[in-house]
Design a protein around this ligand. Structure first.
Ligand code: AMP
Length: 219
């Protein structure tokens, strides 16, 4: 009875947010209320702003002309890492994926934490030659040359609901190739999610427009 009253009270006490509605007194971290977060598909602007402030710009890395978005300060803070995973949970919304696929290498970090939070399994998409079992692979074009990513053939079951995650969407080559691998194995990608999108590179053009794509931060 008490629990019902509490839930109703939270459900009706709203204030407007960018992507939805958030109960007034919900703690800034939604960790304590993952079900609520998923239910209302919320984005907490204060969380997003704090995560944004922690991204470190490193000019000319790994080569001249590249402004590298360093997310290690987020990982190094227990609180910010938790807030980032809160926001990924929110991005996934009401979906119930059974697999989270993370892209080599920083996608592993966010992906594994998200999988744990959602009670899903974790599957790595890796660069060529890194996976030990039978693989399914795809090549894609880089600015200069080609790259190749692979997934274990038995990692996704036909019809399985999957979320694909990486730290950053740039040209979309890597995520586009990973998406194809999952779809070719019969997986249903319910959401593609990134911490950062470099929108000026128009990476979404290389992704399947029918798959919901969410970036927490857009530059
Ligand atoms: P792309 O295939 O061009 O979308 O590149 C995405 C991959 O490259 C991601 O796995 C990122 O980790 C990495 N990446 C590309 N550009 C940057 C950048 N400016 N800062 C940090 N990581 C980047």
């Amino acid at each position: 009875m008490m629990a019902m009253w509490f839930f109703n009270f939270m459900a009706f006490d709203f204030r407007p947010r960018r992507c939805g509605l958030l109960p007034n007194f919900l703690p800034e971290s939604c960790l304590d209320h993952p079900a609520l977060t998923a239910h209302f598909n919320l984005v907490n602007e204060k969380n997003i702003s704090r995560i944004n402030d922690a991204v470190r710009d490193v000019p000319d890395f790994p080569k001249p002309g590249i402004l590298f978005k360093d997310i290690t300060p987020i990982l190094a803070s227990g609180e910010l890492f938790r807030l980032a995973i809160d926001e990924f949970v929110s991005a996934v919304g009401g979906e119930s994926p059974t697999k989270i696929v993370g892209i080599d290498a920083r996608g592993f970090i966010f992906g594994a934490a998200l999988a744990d939070r959602l009670g899903a399994g974790f599957v790595p998409v890796r660069k060529k030659g890194k996976l030990p079992w039978e693989t399914h692979g795809a090549s894609y074009t880089l600015e200069y040359g080609e790259a190749h990513v692979e997934i274990h053939r038995d990692a996704i079951l036909p019809g399985e609901k999957v979320v694909l995650i990486d730290d950053l969407l740039a040209t979309g080559g890597t995520a586009g190739a990973a998406l194809k691998l999952i779809q070719q194995l019969g997986g249903e990608v319910v959401c593609l999610t990134f911490l950062i999108e470099l929108a000026f590179l128009e990476g979404r053009k290389n992704l399947d427009p029918s798959v919901r794509t969410v970036a927490l931060l857009t530059y």
